[in-house]
Design a binder for this molecule. Structure first.
Ligand code: DOR
Length: 435
């Protein structure tokens, strides 16, 4: 593998963008300095560009094994490469679900063969698999669905949930989908006659999310157990978080930041996901929580379903949208509109995801760290087009939208995996390691 030198970019280093050069020898960064030795290296002239640590998407559903008509590890990770995503953590609600070591090992083996970027996998919790959760290795964390969503993973027995907090290693991250199943079940009949997506949000509402998030946060504090609250969708839940807390961390998604119930008129069931879109004031509250550090991470919850599946009625259409190849561009575009700085984009999408899951050698541009790097043109304008999407389902809720800012070159452990609009298909990522 040839050495690489990136020259001329503003480089995110020690919390700010600076005029620096970066050299990678093999999979690791070997120099970060105003001027580095370029001998024997391929030099990438990055004048006018920003060099980010590779984007780490810590919540995706890539559908393999079991639902490869929607996505597979090849199509998904080609989309990652295009979107500037150099590492992902994948959820366990595949088919069969990954609820034990054997299930996780199957995915690790598939990813080793197919993944163009670095990979990690969650183990899924059920009401009855505490022993497996205690023993499983080579996972980034335990995923708990507190409300039912795609697939049949669910922990709705509150004693089982408490035992997961009480009896698994305290440093292992429990990542929670927070919607209260009992609340959802009790209230569903009131909405069964509704045919509009607003009815779906009124059912799976802020209260349902708040109840579950409160329970999760309280359990984490009671047992001193690491917990990460996934795809926070409402301003009210953010009241439960402490800025820059390291015990209970939180994440939101591009769609919860950028879309709300007003978008249903345009998108209908295409914009169905769990937790559902909320209201304009929730978009604003989530941005506030990111800026003051109560939420530290943006991840996509990339959850592809075919257009045919998505066009069913509000109850039959599956929940979820693809996003992995547009997420960085969407947040860069928000940044260009003054919603945040480029430094904050790097913190929320690169640095903090690595910290949240205690990933070794990830999330920073530093000597000795992995050479996972994303070169960004913050001024490039492009229009999202369904027909150009690399995700297998070939659609995006942002179709037709003009965005300012995008990844132009993606590097995975010292290998260029995306440049000049092309994915380099010979590149493979490696398994993420955790401290
Ligand atoms: O909208 C969603 N889709 N939310 C989830 O929790 C699961 C995901 C999926 O896997 O389809």
């Amino acid at each position: 593998m040839a050495a690489i030198v990136i020259r001329g970019a503003q480089v995110y280093h020690n919390g700010r963008f600076q005029a620096l050069e970066v050299r990678a020898d093999g999979p690791h960064i070997s120099a970060v300095a105003p001027k580095v030795d370029a001998s024997g290296a391929r030099v990438i002239d990055a004048g006018g560009l920003h060099l980010f640590p590779g984007v780490i998407d810590v919540q995706v559903h890539f559908r393999e094994p079991g639902n490869t008509h929607k996505e597979d590890l090849e199509t998904a990770t080609r989309a990652c490469a295009k979107g500037g995503v150099t590492s992902f953590l994948e959820m366990p609600n595949t088919s069969p679900p990954a609820t034990n070591q054997a299930g996780v090992d199957i995915k690790l083996a598939l990813a080793a063969k197919k993944s163009r970027v670095n990979y990690g996998f969650f183990v899924g919790a059920t009401n009855t698999n505490l022993r497996e959760l205690q023993e499983v290795k080579r996972v980034c964390g335990i995923k708990v669905f507190m409300g039912a969503s795609t697939g049949d993973l669910l922990v709705d027995d509150m004693d089982a949930l408490e035992r997961i907090f009480a009896e698994t290693g305290k440093r292992r991250v429990i990542a929670l989908h927070c919607e209260d199943e009992a609340y959802l079940k009790a209230h569903k009949p009131e909405y069964a006659h509704r045919t509009d997506m607003r009815g779906y949000t009124e059912w799976r509402n802020v209260e349902a999310a708040y109840l579950a998030t409160t329970r999760a946060v309280n359990l984490a504090r009671k047992y001193g157990h690491r917990a990460h609250i996934l795809h926070v969708s409402s301003a009210r839940e953010c009241e439960l978080f402490i800025p820059r807390d390291t015990l209970v961390t939180a994440e939101t998604s591009p769609h919860h930041l950028l879309l709300n119930v007003d978008d249903y008129a345009r998108l209908g069931t295409l914009a169905k996901m769990n937790p559902p879109l909320k209201y304009r004031e929730d978009n604003a509250g989530l941005w506030r929580a990111l800026r003051d550090g109560r939420i530290g991470v943006i991840a996509t919850d990339h959850a592809p379903h075919t257009l045919e599946e998505k066009r069913r009625d509000i109850w039959k259409a599956p929940a979820g949208i693809p996003a992995v190849e547009n997420s960085l561009a969407l947040i860069l575009d928000a940044s260009s509109r003054g919603m945040c700085t480029l430094e904050q984009v790097a913190q929320w999408m690169c640095e903090n995801p690595a910290k949240t899951y205690a990933m070794k050698g990830k999330g920073r541009i530093e000597v000795g760290h992995d050479a996972d790097l994303t070169l960004v043109d913050a001024n490039a304008v492009h229009t999202v087009r369904n027909e150009e999407q690399l995700t297998k389902v070939k659609w995006s809720p942002w179709h037709g939208q003009k965005l300012k800012g995008r990844a132009v070159t993606t590097i995975v452990r010292g290998q260029v995996v995306y440049e000049n609009g092309q994915v380099q298909d010979q590149v493979r990522g490696t398994e993420i390691q955790y401290a």
